[in-house]
Write a protein that binds this ligand. Structure first.
Ligand SMILES: C[S@@+](CC[C@H](N)C(=O)[O-])C[C@H]1O[C@@H](n2cnc3c(N)ncnc32)[C@H](O)[C@@H]1O
Length: 255
């Protein structure tokens, strides 16, 4: 997490001054610096960010790298047939846009969609796509959808998703910078933090092509045993983040 550091009084004054000079309207004493400056760096790209969407986190950069490697392998195996990639719960568009950047060399072979249930987040994601993507990269089509509900069946080769995964009880111990400013819709994953993830794993069995893959960010408390109900449908692996905590679930449709 990026908001653990205590700011000293000098830094607090500088931030308050910055907040007065910009069009930031919120409470600068608790707001994350990224919402005050309106900018966040993610995978080497500078995204516009505000309270319409979660601030993309450093752990998610590793999810983008994992997804890129999976997609690259699929491109080599696909013998020039095109692939459909989806980022579900796109927020600011960070994952989809950074993947599109990395996939510039495969522009003709990749189609990308990104969904969110929040129209507000999608408006911000579209601004980021306009600012950061050119016609050298695959275009990203943004769709307002409850997970995969409006996406045609058997249409996707890879799904990447950083859905809300914080267990509800844990929300109250989050720091003010998160709790008072970031959208709750982006944080609350239900009692075990698995509500959205479970729904997506169920829906994806109809929407993924044979040998399709899902790459999900999960909470550090999640274990392989939590995903027992899906082990007949998917081969499942959990990978750690750079701090050694459980962080990524890779689910491959069984052949
Ligand atoms: C943890 S945030 C991740 C945002 C972005 N992908 C990132 O990594 O920075 C989760 C996102 O999922 C979206 N979301 C929540 N429930 C959803 C649903 N039922 N269908 C689609 N998106 C949903 C939220 O609006 C939020 O943008």
């Amino acid at each position: 997490m990026i908001h653990n550091r205590q700011l000293n009084p000098y830094e607090q004054t500088q931030i308050a001054r910055y907040a007065r000079r910009t069009d930031f309207k919120g409470d600068a004493t608790t707001a994350p610096i990224e919402y005050i400056t309106g900018k966040v760096e993610f995978c080497g790209q500078v995204f516009k960010i505000d309270e319409r969407a979660l601030i993309p986190r450093i752990e998610t950069e590793q999810l983008v790298d994992l997804a890129f490697k999976v997609i690259q392998k699929k491109i080599y195996k696909s013998q020039n047939s095109s692939l459909m990639i989806a980022d579900i719960g796109t927020g600011s568009g960070a994952i989809a846009i950074c993947l599109a950047k990395k996939l510039a060399n495969y522009n003709q072979l990749v189609n990308m969609i990104a969904t969110d249930i929040s129209e507000e987040a999608l408006t911000l994601a579209k601004i980021n796509a306009r600012n950061l993507l050119s016609n050298r990269e695959p275009a990203v089509k943004f769709i307002c959808s409850d997970l995969l509900q409006t996406i045609p069946e058997q249409s996707l080769d890879v799904i990447v998703a950083n859905l809300p995964y914080i267990p509800t009880n844990y929300l109250k111990v989050l720091e003010d910078a998160v709790l008072k400013h970031e959208p709750h819709l982006a944080l609350d994953g239900g009692s075990q933090g698995l509500d959205l993830i479970a729904r997506l794993l169920n829906q994806a069995t109809y929407h993924l092509n044979p040998r399709g893959k899902l790459l999900l960010e999960i909470n550090h408390s999640h274990r392989l045993s939590d995903f027992h109900p899906w082990k007949k449908t998917y081969d499942l692996t959990i990978l750690p983040d750079e701090n050694g905590a459980n962080r990524y679930l890779i689910a491959s449709i069984k052949s």
